[in-house]
Design a protein around this ligand. Sequence first.
Ligand SMILES: [Zn+2]
Length: 109
Amino acid sequence: MHELAIAENIVDTVCTRAAGRPVRRVTVRIGALTAVLPDAMRLCWDLAATGTAAHGAALDLDLRPAVVFCRACRTDQRLPDMIPLCPCGSADVTVTTGRELHIVSMEVA
Ligand SMILES: [Zn+2]
């Protein structure tokens, strides 16, 4: 479950930025290709935040679908899974969204 390590990393980052002030809310963008499971992330968030300045902070997840641009059919395609393959059969694709994993914003008291 890599979500715990990711959650701990995010908690460390926001607590450092908050510089001692309580953190109220954190928004994290997660792409479908990162293999981060939203439910596991929410669970790990509470664990990681316990006893820190982010204790009790709300976690908002901004989930992004996996989208590729296919050079063969020149269209954007939303992927149903984590395999970067266009429905037309071409693997000549560029990932447009889905690899995001970062803090979008945070609110402190
Ligand atoms: Zn295609």
